[in-house]
Write a new protein. Structure first.
Length: 435
């Protein structure tokens, strides 16, 4: 049997992306090998479109802006295919707003996406010119403030009365419809970003019973009445209270009939294992990468690699970064510094690719939509993830978290792939398939 073609990409702090040579051998001993089990199908990687990201991109030259976008969406970049967008203002909007700020307009006659034409729609369409098949999932950070008590963006909850709930469901339906008319595909609607986040940014508190009942009695029936194909998801959950949110909703037969999947972020990582074990037929999605502190260190990138691995091993069908692009320091409009994959500096006219860009690219550049996760066994299982692509190629992504180099032998039908992993490195191996 001829030796398989092997691609090996490695990243360390001073060499963030380099192609190296690995060798195949017939040796039996290995520290990592395919177990033979097959798990979830993969749907895609992506990031979130936010206003401050487009503002950051708009501050550099057209050539640099295009280079940054190509590195996220292009065939030689991260190849994003499924991204997130806010409905109204996120905490990385330039100002707080909704798509209908007319108090008392319960029929949503004044609903409009005109505000989104400043930043959000140009950002999405610039990405779609590179990746025309881009799909999105959407979630509100806050409903229009006049539907809440108190009437503010950054505190409180929906007024729990039928006309307010019907109006909010209509608001969400109109969002999906308006974006479709723009040629932008919102394929999933997540009811609320972080229903337990009552903080300094746009937010809205929801209990588990409220999410269930809103889907059962308002959103689900409205989407069904209009034959709306956009999926309704129970997300984006930032709680490890599995029984009070996930199990409560999915155990309700009527709610379960409307819910296509469950989205998790932040503290939600503590509930995902129980969800995967209890509801093997439900699709799961990681909806927001943890955001760091704006310093974009390689140490934090290693913790993000572990986050990727945790979600992937627990059955998600996709992984979503938070801010794809920000100015250096990543400061929000209310003063919170956060990490980003790419930093653009309008003052210096520069673009910098941060460590977490390379973590993402080690996965997203090589794992294709339609890939199937493969089980692993051996000493390095806890630091690795493996997939089989539709073309039959096998992708192994593995980190060496140690401060010294370590030898790896990765076993499969081809024999073994042997390599020495640099200290504190990220690595991707692609073994060509036979299809």
């Amino acid at each position: 049997m001829p030796a398989p073609k092997i691609t090996w990409i490695s990243s360390v702090e001073r060499q963030p992306w380099r192609q190296r040579t690995a060798r195949a051998s017939a040796a039996r001993a290995s520290t990592l090998e395919l177990s033979g089990s097959r798990h979830q199908a993969w749907e895609g990687f992506g990031g979130c479109f936010n206003e401050l990201g487009w503002i950051a991109l708009s501050g550099v030259s057209k050539a640099d802006r295009q280079k940054a976008l190509d590195s996220l969406f292009g065939p030689d970049g991260c190849r994003f295919t499924r991204c997130r967008m806010p409905i109204g203002a996120s905490d990385y909007a330039a100002e707080w707003y909704s798509l209908n700020d007319t108090d008392g307009d319960f029929e949503m006659k004044r609903f409009t996406i005109e505000r989104d034409r400043r930043c959000l729609i140009p950002y999405i369409k610039a990405a779609m010119r590179i990746q025309p098949k881009l799909d999105l999932f959407a979630s509100p950070w806050s409903p229009p403030a006049w539907l809440k008590f108190p009437k503010v963006y950054n505190h409180g909850a929906l007024v729990w009365q039928p006309k307010y709930l019907r109006a909010f469901a209509l608001y969400l339906l109109k969002t999906v419809q308006a974006y479709r008319r723009e040629g932008i595909r919102i394929v999933q609607l997540h009811v609320q970003n972080e229903p337990l986040a009552d903080q300094k940014f746009p937010s809205c508190l929801w209990t588990g019973p409220q999410l269930r009942d809103f889907i059962c009695d308002h959103l689900g029936p409205l989407f069904a009445k209009h034959n709306e194909r956009c999926e309704i998801w129970l997300g984006t959950l930032n709680t490890d209270d599995y029984s009070g949110y996930v199990h409560l909703a999915l155990a309700d037969v009527k709610a379960r009939g409307f819910i296509a999947g469950v989205g998790f972020q932040w503290a939600g990582k503590g509930a995902i294992q129980r969800t995967a074990e209890s509801w093997p037929g439900i699709r799961l999605l990681q909806t927001e990468n943890e955001c760091g502190d704006g310093r974009n260190t390689w140490d934090y990138a290693h913790s993000i690699f572990d986050l990727f691995r945790h979600y992937i091993d627990n059955g998600v069908c996709g992984y979503t970064y938070w801010n794809m692009v920000l100015q250096p320091g990543g400061r929000s409009s209310w003063g919170w510094p956060q990490n980003a994959m790419i930093a653009t500096d309008p003052a210096a006219g520069t673009v910098r690719w941060n460590p977490e860009f390379y973590v993402m690219k080690h996965f997203s550049r090589f794992i294709e939509p339609g890939a199937v996760r493969l089980g692993l066994r051996g000493q390095w299982t806890g630091n690795a993830a493996a997939f089989e692509n539709p073309d039959g190629s096998t992708v192994l992504v593995i980190a060496n978290p140690f401060t010294d180099a370590r030898s790896l032998s990765f076993g499969g039908p081809w024999g073994n792939v042997s390599a020495t992993l640099d200290a504190r490195s990220f690595n991707t191996f692609v073994v060509a398939g036979r299809k």
